[in-house]
Design a protein around this ligand. Structure first.
Ligand code: LMR
Length: 396
C-alpha cells in the first residue's frame, strides 16, 4: 500500500527548522519560523504564564474531557480579547467561539466548516501569504485563488492592485485577511483601507476569514484588532482564527480559537451544532492546558496587566531590532534602501532577497530564512545581528 509513495517536499517553513537542527555548524542562525527569541537566543516562557501554571497545578482536580467547543470561560475570554469586553456584537448573541488546537487548527476547522456550508466557495488569499494557507484550504477540498497584495518595488501594500484583484470575488467566496502583522510581509492595511475592503466585501456578498495570529505584536492589543472590528461592524458574517502561540508564547500548547459571526442567534445555534460535528470527527475535543493558562491570565486583572507589560516589552524589542538591522545593513555599505523594515509590523520582514541569495546564505553562512526572503526579525539578537548584516551584504 505504501510502496508507491514518493518523498514529499519539505514544508517551506517547518522543513527549514528540521534542516537547521541537522546543520552541524555551531555558528548557525535561525531566522526561519516565527518564534520569538530573547537576547540569549532562547524562547522564554512568559512570567505570567509560569504564575498561571502554578495556580492551575494547585487548583486542578480533574482532567476530564472538555466539550467539543472547549471551555466556555476560555471562549468568553477570547471574545473579550478580540472584540473588547462589552462590544455590542457580544450582546447580539450571534457569535460562536470554539477552542481550537492552535491557530492552524482553528483555520482547518474554518475550512471544513466553509466546505460544509458552501462547497463551491473559493478562498482568496493574499499574494504572498503564509505558505500553509493554500495547502490547508486545498486539503479541505476548497478552491484557492490569490489577490495581489504587496508592491515589492516600494515595499508597501499595493492597495489599488489588491482592490482590483478582489473584484474577481463572487458572492459566497471567502477572503482571507491577516488581522495584523501580515505574514510574510509585515505590511498592514491602514484603517481607511480596512473600511474600503469591508465595503468591497459587502458589495460582493463575500465573507472575511481573518487569520489573527499576532494580536499585540504590531501596535498594541486594541490597535491590532481595529481591522477585525471594522469588518464585523459592517458585515453580517465573518470567521476569525486566533492563536495564542505568539502573544502568550504558548507555541507547543497549541492554543487557538475560531470565532464565527452569523447573521442571527438562530443561525449561530445551527453553526455551533455543525462545527461540533466537524470537531468530533476530527480531534473530538480540544487540549486543555494552554487554554487554561490564557483563561487564568485574562480572568485576573493583575495577571492581565503584567502580561500586557511583558507583551509590550516583546513588541518594543522587535521594533528596536528592526532599527538595528536597518542600521547594520546601511553601515556595511548596502546601498539598497531597507528603511521600510522599520515601518513593518510584527515578527516578519520581507527582505527582497532572491531565492538564490537565500540559498547562499544557508549554504555559505548557515543562516536560515524562508525562500521568499522572509526573515523572522524576532530571531535576531545583538550578537548575531552583525553576522547576519555582514552575510546579507556579501550576497547582495
Ligand atoms: C510562521 O509563519 O513561521 C509561523 O506561523 C510558524 C508556522 O507554523 O509556520
Amino acid at each position: 500500500m505504501f510502496d508507491q509513495l514518493e518523498i514529499a517536499p519539505p514544508d517551506p517553513i517547518l522543513g527549514l527548522e528540521e534542516a537547521f537542527k541537522r546543520d552541524p555548524n555551531p555558528a548557525k542562525i535561525n531566522l526561519a519560523a516565527g518564534v520569538y527569541r530573547d537576547e540569549s537566543g532562547n524562547t522564554p516562557v512568559f512570567r505570567t504564564v509560569k504564575r498561571a501554571e502554578a495556580d492551575i497545578l494547585e487548583a486542578e482536580i480533574s482532567k476530564t474531557y472538555l466539550g467539543m467547543l472547549g471551555s466556555p470561560e476560555y471562549t468568553a475570554a477570547v471574545q473579550a480579547l478580540v472584540f473588547g469586553a462589552g462590544h455590542p456584537i457580544l450582546a447580539e448573541k450571534r457569535t460562536t467561539t470554539l477552542q481550537a488546537p492552535g491557530g492552524t487548527g482553528a483555520l482547518r476547522v474554518a475550512a471544513d466548516f466553509v466546505r460544509k456550508a458552501r462547497s463551491d466557495a473559493t478562498v482568496w488569499v493574499s499574494n504572498p501569504t503564509w505558505p500553509n494557507h493554500p495547502s490547508l484550504f486545498r486539503a479541505a477540498g476548497l478552491a484557492v485563488q490569490s489577490y495581489p497584495y504587496f508592491d515589492a518595488a516600494n515595499n508597501c501594500v499595493d492597495f489599488d492592485a489588491m482592490m482590483s484583484g478582489l473584484e474577481g470575488v463572487v458572492q459566497g467566496d471567502l477572503v482571507l485577511l491577516h488581522g495584523s502583522c501580515h505574514n510574510p510581509t509585515g505590511a498592514d492595511l491602514t484603517p481607511a483601507q480596512w473600511q474600503s475592503v469591508a465595503a468591497l466585501l459587502e458589495r460582493k456578498g463575500a465573507v472575511p476569514l481573518v487569520d489573527f495570529a499576532y494580536q499585540g505584536f504590531g501596535r498594541g492589543l486594541e490597535e491590532d484588532a481595529q481591522g477585525v472590528h471594522t469588518l464585523v461592524e459592517r458585515l453580517p458574517e465573518a470567521l476569525i482564527a486566533t492563536s495564542y502561540s505568539k502573544n502568550f508564547g504558548l507555541y507547543n500548547e497549541r492554543t487557538g480559537a475560531l470565532t464565527i459571526v452569523s447573521r442571527s442567534p438562530a443561525v449561530a445555534d445551527a453553526v455551533a451544532s455543525q462545527v461540533k460535528l466537524i470537531v468530533r470527527a476530527n480531534y473530538s475535543n480540544p487540549p486543555a492546558h494552554g487554554a487554561r493558562i490564557v483563561t487564568t491570565i485574562l480572568q485576573s486583572p493583575e495577571l492581565t496587566t503584567e502580561w500586557q507589560t511583558e507583551l509590550a516589552a516583546v513588541r518594543n524589542r522587535i521594533r528596536e531590532l528592526r532599527r538595528l538591522f536597518v542600521q547594520g545593513l546601511h553601515g556595511r555599505g548596502v546601498t539598497r534602501d531597507f528603511s521600510c523594515i522599520e515601518e513593518q509590523n510584527g515578527m516578519f520582514s520581507y527582505t527582497g532577497l532572491t531565492k538564490d541569495q537565500v540559498a547562499r546564505l544557508r549554504t555559505e553562512h548557515s543562516i536560515y530564512m524562508v525562500d521568499s526572503g522572509r526573515i523572522n526579525v524576532a530571531g535576531l539578537t545583538t550578537k548575531n545581528l552583525p553576522v547576519v548584516c555582514e552575510a546579507i551584504a556579501s550576497v547582495l
